[in-house]
Design a protein around this ligand. Structure first.
Ligand SMILES: Cc1ncc(COP(=O)(O)O)c(C=O)c1O
Length: 359
């Protein structure tokens, strides 16, 4: 069966080379006589896989030595709770920027643990813009400042790291990690689920600066405690071994493609093409302010919403799937992460033009 172009927001399309390599190694990983999923996580084979995977991530993101890199479970959603549980450090409030659905979820969860100060929000514009950082009402006494670098549902992305003074900067990078270079040293914590740019779902990468490790009160469960996870190399409980392996294969693939700087150029090119096609058409439109349009998730609506169903059904017939917008916003959304080939974007643009011509 031919492979389709899958525009899913996550879990999302994987590099084909990674799937083929996993297939090839499925029954016998490099002469071990075992599948990776059958290996003990403490055995020498898996330890080698884990170490290479971690080192590749450190290399790709140029993570400085004063950061711990953890591979946890529970998704970014678990981090919404783990962050306040681990780094409030006796303080009673934390600052949050609300730029869309995922920031809103993070705020709601943090509210169980501390007073959330929403320092800026673009809710009034239906999350189509990012409030200027100069206008954020930052409280210097808060424990940290949290923001979402790419809003997967609303298609809004930060192009710069916000300057927030002394507060530890905490970022949900779930949907744009590894899509562009990032200066890790500007952050207290970066976290991301793997199911967009890093592999299948099941692993959460947490990059946490040393001074924020070891601050959790004793009541925090061990698996949710950054210090305990760091001390046990993220193996406090049995890790999602096969997913670590697939994450490692994706990182090797990305290195082979030239790394993060090279993939950024491709991502810019792919996104520009699609935005241009949308902006030039009279049927499609994207509501997001041009200075913060996401390169990863591109929402668009049809001028006549009664055509939505037919658009999706014809697209699927043409091998272009999972283009429906999130149920909370409707319309369409094309997620074009690192692994989406340019040919997939070209096929979508050609289909959209033909659909417009015939409708
Ligand atoms: C930006 C962002 N944050 C958080 C999440 C939640 O991630 P998870 O389902 O891994 O908990 C998602 C999922 O799509 C996301 O896109």
């Amino acid at each position: 069966m031919a492979r389709i172009y899958n525009f899913s927001a996550g879990p999302s399309t994987m590099p084909e080379a990674v799937l083929l390599k996993a297939q090839q190694e499925m029954l016998d990983w490099q002469g071990s006589g075992m599948s990776v999923m059958e290996m003990s996580h403490r055995g020498k084979h898996f330890m080698a896989i884990a170490e290479a995977m971690k080192n590749d991530l450190i290399e790709l993101l140029a993570i400085p030595a004063n950061y711990k890199v953890l591979f946890l479970q529970g998704g970014a959603t678990a981090q919404f709770a783990m962050i306040p549980q681990n780094i409030l450090n006796g303080k009673t409030s934390a600052c949050y920027v609300n730029t869309g659905a995922w920031s809103t979820s993070a705020i709601k969860e943090a509210g169980k643990y501390c007073q959330v100060k929403t320092v800026a929000s673009s809710e009034d514009s239906k999350f189509t813009a990012i409030p200027a950082v100069e206008q954020w009402l930052i409280d210097p006494d808060a424990a940290y400042l949290h923001y979402t670098s790419n809003e997967t549902i609303h298609g809004v992305e930060f192009n710069d790291v916000p300057a927030v003074g002394e507060l530890p900067l905490v970022c949900d990078m779930s949907s744009n990690i590894l899509s562009r270079p990032v200066d890790v040293s500007r952050y207290g914590i970066i976290y991301a689920g793997t199911q967009k740019n890093m592999g299948p779902s099941g692993v959460t990468v947490v990059i946490v600066r040393d001074d924020l490790v070891g601050l959790a009160p004793k009541s925090v469960p061990s698996v949710f405690n950054y210090e305990q996870q760091a001390k046990s190399d993220s193996m406090l409980n049995t890790p999602a071994t096969y997913n670590w392996y697939l994450l490692g294969l994706v990182l090797q693939w990305l290195k082979g493609e030239g790394g993060v700087a090279a993939i950024e150029q491709r991502n810019i090119h792919k996104a520009n093409k699609l935005y241009q096609a949308i902006d030039q058409s009279s049927l499609y439109s994207n509501p997001v302010s041009k200075d913060c349009r996401s390169r990863m998730n591109i929402p668009f609506v049809l001028a006549d919403a009664s055509l939505d169903k037919e658009f999706l059904s014809l697209a699927a017939q043409n091998g272009l799937t999972t283009l429906a917008g999130h149920r909370s916003v409707g319309g369409m959304r094309a997620s074009i992460y690192n692994a989406m080939p340019e040919a997939g974007v070209d096929a979508l643009i050609a289909f959209m033009a033909e659909f417009e011509r015939t409708h």
